[in-house]
Design a binder for this molecule. Structure first.
Ligand code: NDP
Length: 342
């Protein structure tokens, strides 16, 4: 299949690109600069030589016309995977830095596909558990989160903090995509992938460990000894390995029955304490890891049963996901960080 993948330089997109190429799909990926294209090209030179990998430069997805040219290709695209969206909390202006690129990026690409790429049959959008969770409920042991749930966050709440802003950006962008489908009745069907915290090996180009992608930071910090005296609170306690997220994106356009569905892709529950314990056991060279008695980072009272439940059945039945274990994900993450100097 001829596929357009947005944000190819990102943590999740790099794995998605890898699965796409190895499965024989023909891919154009968007990146913000030629230098980023050149790095990816060098890593996949043989695919590029065969004409199976090409690039389009899209500097800023917050421009409503950002994808006007990128959606046009010969041979024409049959599927589009839209992963590009800001995921960091280092923002000064929530609207400009988070909401606009997420929402305008999503509506912009859908408009451009409808207008200029009528051969596209399926669009897959990287949404998030952020679009599902009701953060105000906190721990909610009697509740089972599934594709039925929507984050009720409002416009006013969106600007309270960068975390609110990020969650709102994902919620509003996904809502805008489903509304586009309903109102515009385009030629394509939609699927969204809604992962929680994504861990796993980095295969995108990372110049320094300082630039670690947001969701892997806690694994790096644990190995660097930052959890020695106190382990930070875990947050949402749900996770998935990046290789399973990549597989989900590809399955979501390969499988006809994924049409017009959300997929809550989640491997299981975790705590920051468990991450530190895995690193301590598997990598004895890192000395400053917390001990059994170090405070923080644990499950609440009631253990894993005290959080909330999740239903990932649709992702297994339709996408065929077989989830990796937390041990495997953490061990492979650390090994990949070692290659960048950990
Ligand atoms: P990364 O930060 O590694 O990737 C983000 C990608 O989006 C990068 O390619 C980045 O390009 C691109 N991007 C961001 N802002 C813009 C912009 N204004 N214009 C053009 N490109 C832009 O993070 P992830 O791989 O983790 O995130 C990928 C997707 O997955 C996002 O949609 C995120 O919301 C979603 N997600 C991630 C989760 C996780 O735990 N990692 C969980 C749930 C969802 P550049 O690097 O050049 O800035």
């Amino acid at each position: 299949t001829r596929v357009l993948l947005t944000g190819g330089s990102g943590f999740i997109a790099a794995h998605t690109l890898d699965v796409l190429l190895k499965r024989g799909h023909s891919v154009v990926t968007t990146v913000r600069t030629q230098a980023k294209a050149d790095k990816i090209k060098a890593a996949y030179q043989s695919y590029s030589d065969k004409g199976q990998l090409g690039f389009a430069i899209v500097p800023d997805i917050a421009d409503p016309n950002a994808f006007e040219q990128a959606v046009i290709s010969d041979p024409p695209f049959e599927a589009v995977l839209h992963t590009a969206s800001p995921f960091h909390f280092n923002v000064t202006d929530v609207k400009k830095d988070l909401l606009d690129p997420a929402i305008i990026g999503t509506t912009g690409i859908l408009k451009s596909i409808k207008k200029s790429a009528p051969t596209v049959k399926r669009v897959v959008i990287t949404s998030s558990f952020a679009s599902i969770v009701d953060a105000d409920k906190g721990f909610w042991p009697e509740h089972t989160y599934s594709e039925e749930d929507w984050n009720p966050i409002t416009q006013e709440q969106a600007t309270v903090s960068p975390i609110h802003g990020y969650r709102a950006s994902k919620t509003f962008a996904e809502k805008a995509a489903w509304e586009f489908l309903e109102k515009e009745k385009p030629n394509f069907t939609l699927a969204t992938i809604n992962p929680p915290m994504v861990f796993g090996p980095i295969i995108h180009n990372l110049e320094t460990l300082e630039n670690m992608n947001t969701s892997n930071q806690r694994i790096l910090w644990a190995a660097q000894g930052k959890f020695k005296d106190e382990i930070p609170a875990t947050g949402v306690h749900l996770w998935i390995d990046v290789r399973d997220v990549a597989e989900a994106h590809v399955a979501a356009f390969e499988k006809p029955e994924a049409a017009n569905k959300r997929f809550f892709t989640v491997a299981g529950l975790f705590s920051n304490k468990e991450i530190a314990q895995i690193i301590k056991k598997e990598f004895p060279q890192y000395k400053d890891l917390p001990s059994e008695s170090t405070p923080g980072g644990d499950y609440p009272e009631g253990g894993a049963n005290g959080i909330f439940k999740f239903n990932n059945k649709r992702s297994i039945d339709i996408l065929g996901l077989k989830y990796k274990t937390l041990e495997e994900s953490i061990v492979d993450s650390i090994k990949s960080f070692q290659a960048v100097g950990l």
